[in-house]
Design a protein around this ligand. Structure first.
Ligand code: ADP
Ligand code: MG
Length: 910
């Protein structure tokens, strides 16, 4: 591109060069303008008109703009689409600037660093993550800039890439930083490049140059997790120069930021990849955010093993946070549980839901606190009410430290603090350890509150520039100036009266507007009466506007005073904000305590309203749920007409009741029963009471699910492939403390191989994993497994037959269902009578031939059926076990012969 010819465009180009990755919002008067490629892209994405600037000799520069007062909305839309926006402001008043107005980028907003409330959903975290890898580890760090949460971990093992993907989906991360695979041309010594210049120029190129990378939309595919752009998962991937992920650099950056000598205190000792990822994250924040990052006052190293692992398939299958069918927004566990009063509480609850604890002591502490609060129904509702008046202190605080908080934000913070003493008093009498702890951690912040109360008016404006944020009595000069401008009204009234008498024009008025300042308005009819000394200012259709030297003088005084007042307010406000920022770690601790109280109260209220019980934990793997209910179904009231939810018991242990095969008619309640067990386990480990009359459970380290033939065709894989992939994950990772929920596996293929796979899966689970499993199936044949495998038992959903009708009892009973009642269910569904009758005929015919098939599934001595026998029975197991016992090294020849004879006999007897 040729050198731009105007100073303005030269300024633009210089600034844009530092922010190649972002759309540059370039402030020009009342607009943010975009030029070149940025303009083309923004016009397309925002549906705004693309124009061009022709002042550049010979070249038309594409441009488009948005009014500054509406910019937030446009920025939000771009961020949502995964773009980054650099906001470039005028740093001096254009009216006083001698030459070109000085401009600077004051902020870069990216999907992962958004902290303004209109860019965020109040009840969810907004995570920016950073990942890097060595030969055997992946380091992962995540931060929610809007709340100050900063964590890091390391992932290892052969499936670490998959685990990373899982963790990202868990976090709901918006943006991921990672080391660019290739160096950036011309920037080999990237350290010398100024701030903002280090990054690989993706996805937006330099102005005038065709962008080297694709647009953020839909480009994340080819590179997988480690490729730039934005994938279908809504995660924006931001490559950074390699060195940003250097361990030494990270160490220095982090120790300086946290003002510590080493990171060991955060649990990061020896965690080089976690440190490197955290360092890059901090680097990026420093680069994109202008304000202080003081609210990031600590980093926490976490082990994924601290929590029950719920992979993304399970989160989806169990409808923990999102319904499988869009539209049933209430049909999730989160929707049922989330009665929190604050955004902070809501976020904490959601993170507990996705990461139930494995820490028995912590869970019991939570349960103790819930139990105590359950008894205290009075303080419960009172505290909840007080909490509801607390704003999102975490997010307000982060805007305070970032320097973007408005006067109204500070007032919200102040009003929130006002509630703290009452909350603490209400909590004062509580005895359990966790409540004592929350009480202690909740700082009343009386000093900060007093300061804010004194400084800010009750309802300050959003914009400081509107004036009037600072309370009277806080600053003497400000008060004096305000007095002057108040008395100004009288001065003007007096002047107006004087001029009316002097000119004899009774309708004469002195008015003010932003463009023309003060003026005397005379209607056209009275024009002849206007004296010489009036200077004309403006002509309207029916009136003329004038000024006088006296009025001009007055105007100057007023404007000066106003400017001065605004200046003072500005200074005072910035001081105030800094003072509050100085207390950020106290405020943050308090906010966290409020969040915790909010969640505990929510659990207690739920327990009271929905009649939940306190779960107990077992050490021997035993699980016993009495009268368990499905927490979502029972609350939704969407049961079949006239039906009430039928509670069911569940018993499992580590020996003979490890795997339950559940049969019964379609619509009998199998799937519900399975999910209910998983949901109860999750709620228990969240530290909540559960929907049952009593519940004893082991701590599960992982819950796996494979539910239904969910249709992933949209994602380009066949249903069966998806099903098998998910099943493979389960079988490869399941352990003895896991709970496996299998609902109708093997359905996506022909009956026989589907059955074969299901059969083998159960055998594998029984013999290899030690896990507990609940398996709902329409393959009746599977119930035979209970005869062959000691850990497998049958259950069925009871139905009552009356004539040709069936009634679902929704009751789980021992033993296998005697048949599948498909035709009865079809009849209930309204299939025409002739079809039903014909189906009965066909079924009778087939049942006779099936008799032959089912014989083939039972042990048979020889012939072609023997092959099927080996397919479906672990017949060789006893034999194999016996052979395994033989110690060949000190076996005498005679003994060997005897054993051989014994084995032969065993085989012959089957
Ligand atoms: P299946 O998996 O056996 O086909 P589902 O578990 O999907 O059956 O249940 C079908 C419907 O039956 C549910 O949508 C619900 O309306 C009802 N249902 C299931 N379990 C119960 C129960 N325990 N009490 C009352 N209604 C139930
Ligand atoms: Mg089902």
């Amino acid at each position: 591109m040729s050198e731009p010819s105007t100073p303005l465009m030269r300024q633009y180009t210089a600034i844009k060069q530092k922010y190649p990755q972002a759309l540059l919002f370039f402030r020009l008067g009342d607009f943010y303008e975009m030029f070149f490629e940025d303009a083309v892209l923004a016009a397309r994405e925002l549906q705004i008109t693309l124009t061009s600037r022709n002042k550049e000799k010979g070249v038309a520069v594409p441009m488009c703009g948005v009014p500054y007062h509406a910019a937030d909305n446009y920025i939000a839309r771009l961020i949502q689409k995964g773009y980054k926006v650099a906001i470039c402001e005028q740093m001096e008043d254009p009216r006083v600037a001698k030459k070109l107005v000085r401009r600077e980028v004051t902020r870069v907003v990216t999907p992962g660093t958004a902290s303004d409330s209109h860019l965020l959903s109040p009840r969810e975290n907004n995570f920016l993550v950073s990942a890097c890898r060595s030969d055997d580890h992946i380091g992962l760090a995540c931060v929610d800039l809007s709340t100050g949460e900063f964590r890091a971990t390391e992932i290892s093992g052969d499936d670490r890439e998959a685990k990373l993907a899982e963790e990202l989906s868990h976090l709901g991360a918006r943006e991921m930083l990672f080391p660019a695979a290739r160096p950036v041309p011309g920037q080999s010594d990237a350290r010398l490049v100024p701030m903002g210049g280090e990054a690989v120029p993706l996805p937006l190129g330099r102005p005038g140059v065709r962008s080297p990378g694709p647009s953020p939309e839909g480009s994340g595919q080819q590179g997988g997790l480690w490729g730039a752009g934005r994938g279908t998962d809504g995660l924006t991937r931001t490559p950074l120069e390699d060195w940003v992920f250097g361990y030494d650099y990270a160490l220095r950056l982090l120790t300086e930021h946290f003002r510590v000598h080493s990171l060991d205190g955060f649990g990061l000792a020896g965690r080089e990849q976690a440190i490197a990822a955290s360092g890059a994250l901090l680097h990026y924040l420093k680069e994109t955010q202008q304000g202080s990052l003081g609210h990031l006052d600590r980093i926490v190293f976490y082990e994924r093993q601290q929590w029950m692992v719920l992979d993304s398939v399970t989160v989806r299958n169990l409808e923990l946070t999102e319904p499988v069918f869009q539209g049933d927004a209430d049909a999730t566990l989160l929707a049922v549980l989330d009665r929190t009063a604050t955004g902070m509480g809501a976020r904490l609850l959601k993170s507990r839901l996705l990461r139930p604890s494995l820490d028995r002591a912590a869970i019991e502490a939570s349960l103790d606190a819930v139990e105590e609060m359950l008894r205290e129904s009075m303080s419960r509702s009172r505290i909840a009410k007080e909490c509801a008046a607390v704003y999102d202190m975490e997010r307000l605080l982060s805007r305070v430290t970032l320097g973007t908080a408005t006067p109204r934000d500070l007032a919200s913070l102040r009003n929130s603090m006002e509630r703290l003493p009452a909350i603490r008093v209400l909590m004062g009498g509580l005895q359990s350890a966790l409540w004592r702890d929350v009480w202690e951690r909740m700082d009343e912040l009386a000093d900060v509150h007093a300061l804010l109360a004194k400084a800010l008016v009750d309802a300050p404006p959003i914009n400081l520039s509107e004036g009037g944020a600072i309370r009277e009595g806080y600053h003497a000069e400000l008060d004096e100036l305000r007095g002057l401008s108040k008395s100004g009204k009288q001065t003007i009234a007096a002047m107006e009266a004087r001029e009316r008498t002097a000119t004899g024009i009774q309708s004469l008025k002195i008015k003010y507007n932003d463009v023309f300042g003060y003026y005397i308005e005379v209607s056209r009819a009275n024009y002849s009466l206007v004296p010489e000394r009036y200077e004309r200012k403006q002509t309207l259709v029916n009136a003329e506007r004038f000024t006088t030297p006296e009025l001009k003088e007055y105007e100057r005084k007023v404007l000066d005073a106003e400017e001065r007042m605004l200046g003072i307010e500005q200074t005072l406000f910035v001081e105030l904000r800094a003072a509050v920022a100085g207390e950020s770690s106290r405020i943050r601790g308090t906010a966290a305590a409020v969040a915790e109280a909010d969640v505990l109260i929510t659990f207690a209220s739920l327990a009271a309203e929905a009649n939940y019980c306190r779960p107990r934990f077992t050490d021997n793997g035993e699980l016993e749920i009495r009268a368990g209910r499905h927490p979502v179904l029972e609350r939704l009231g969407e049961l079949q007409q006239g039906e009430r939810f039928v509670p069911n018991d569940l018993y499992m242990d580590s020996a003979s009741e490890r795997i339950l095969i559940i049969t019964g008619p379609n619509m009998g309640g199998k799937s519900t029963y399975l999910r209910q067990a998983a949901l109860i386990a999750i709620m228990a480990q969240m530290g909540s009471f559960v929907p049952a009359t009593s519940a004893r459970l082991p701590l599960f380290d992982r819950i796996f699910t494979r539910i239904g033939a969910s249709d992933s065709l949209a994602r380009g894989r066949s249903t069966f492939m998806v099903e098998m992939t998910e099943t493979a994950v389960i079988l490869n990772t399941v352990g003895k403390n896991s709970l496996v929920i299998l609902d109708e596996i093997g359905r996506g293929t022909a009956t026989f191989d589907g059955l074969a796979i299901a059969w083998a899966v159960v055998e594998h689970l029984e013999s290899r994993s030690g896990a507990k499993a609940l398996f709902a199936t329409h393959y009746h044949e599977l119930t035979e497994l209970a005869e062959h495998l000691s850990g497998v038992k049958n259950r069925h959903m009871a139905v009552k037959e009356s004539g040709s009708d069936i009634v679902f009892l929704r009751r789980v009973e021992p033993g296998a269902a005697d048949r599948s009642y498909g035709i009865e269910v079809a009849r209930l569904a309204g299939l025409p009578r002739d079809v039903i009758e014909r189906a009965r005929e066909v079924l009778t015919y087939h049942e006779q031939s099936e008799h032959r098939v089912s014989n083939s599934l039972s042990p048979a001595p020889e012939g072609p059926q023997a092959m099927q026998f080996t397919l479906f029975t672990p017949s060789n197991q006893a034999l194999a076990e016996r052979i395994a016992q033989i110690n060949v090294d000190n076996l005498k020849p005679l003994d060997a012969l005897n054993i051989l004879a014994e084995l032969k006999k065993q085989v012959e007897e089957g």
